[in-house]
Design a binder for this molecule. Structure first.
Ligand code: PMV
Length: 299
């Protein structure tokens, strides 16, 4: 049986969420599929990367795998194979989706079917190996999916969208470490707490309004709020010339709004579009500038 860990986008509120502020996030169809292929010596084969990972080795992936195994009561020694349908290190929650898929595979091998909350909790142990101070948004969304407001330490609040949310996701091709980007914001926070707090307050207001816009099906308003969030992320030094150029391309091609998603410093951009035809136009405009992009529906 295949099990799944979902990729995600942060619609608004990344980084602020590390400081206990709310973030709006959404699952996407792409993610990581895993299956137990038989008894083994606790092995994890990541097929598209040609990686064979063992829980008793010392690299990051092996330590993350060992952390997930340690969370599994009565773990059985198995071999797990995974297929990854997300770019890594690009802000789409690839490592969390991998963690969730592995946690679910380990649970199925042990004859257990944990709740999504419990899967998310176990996958946080996996995430901690990669990110020093994860807010928990990635592993929670990878386990639950849907559109939701996430706040550290609080139950996930599902958001009922009046209309489906259509996005174009474009990859800048630059990769950045979430840990390094989160540390960069922490340094700014230490250096100038009042200014950084003001920026975080402004992001919180945008998140709250964006939730209302989604509930009202107001694509225009949501797009404007995303643009404003992008400006604030830029002021925290999280954007790059490539991301700015991609946002501009998307807006010129008809997107209602565009911003980086995830840790920034590279990775992906998301653009909100009103309909399928606009989505295709935005995707093609990005492709003409040499960027890989795909249309996605939040779910
Ligand atoms: O880049 P990603 O997909 O790992 O997203 C990171 C989101 C941050 O808010 C920047 C960090 C976090 O732990 O929430």
């Amino acid at each position: 049986m295949d099990v799944f860990g979902r990729g995600k986008v942060i619609l608004l509120g990344e980084h602020a969420v590390v400081y206990g502020r709310p973030a709006l996030a959404a699952g996407i169809e792409r993610g990581v599929r895993a299956r137990v292929t038989g008894p083994g010596e606790m092995q994890l084969a990541i097929r598209p990367w040609g990686r064979d990972v063992r829980a008793d080795e010392s690299d990051e992936l092996s330590r993350a795998f060992a952390a997930a195994v340690a969370e599994q009561p009565n773990a059985r020694s198995v071999r797990i194979e995974v297929d990854v349908d997300l770019p890594a290190g690009a802000g789409l929650g690839c490592s969390a989706a991998l963690g969730v898929a592995v946690v679910r595979a380990l649970a199925s091998a042990a004859g257990e079917a944990p709740s999504d909350d419990e899967v998310a909790r176990r996958a946080l142990a996996w995430e901690r190996v990669f990110h020093g101070n994860p807010s928990g948004v990635d592993n929670t969304m990878a386990a639950h999916g849907g559109i939701a407001v996430y706040r550290r330490g609080e139950p996930l609040e599902p958001v009922r969208a009046k209309k489906p949310l259509r996005l174009v996701i474009g990859d800048s091709g630059e990769s950045a470490s979430t840990r390094v980007m989160v540390e960069g914001v922490a340094r700014q926070y230490e250096r100038d707490k009042p200014r950084t707090e003001k920026t975080l307050d402004a992001i919180t207001a945008l998140v709250q309004n964006a939730r209302l816009a989604i509930e009202d099906g107001d694509v225009r308003a949501l797009g404007q709020l995303m643009d404003m969030n992008q400006m604030l992320l830029g002021s925290l030094m999280l954007s790059t010339p490539a991301l700015e150029e991609m946002c501009a391309t998307a807006r010129e091609a008809g997107a209602a709004g565009a911003k980086l998603t995830g840790s920034g410093g590279g990775g992906c951009m998301i653009a909100l579009v009103a309909d399928e035809a606009t989505g295709e136009r935005v995707r093609d405009a990005l492709a003409r500038t040499g960027r890989r992009a795909f249309v996605a529906e939040a779910r």
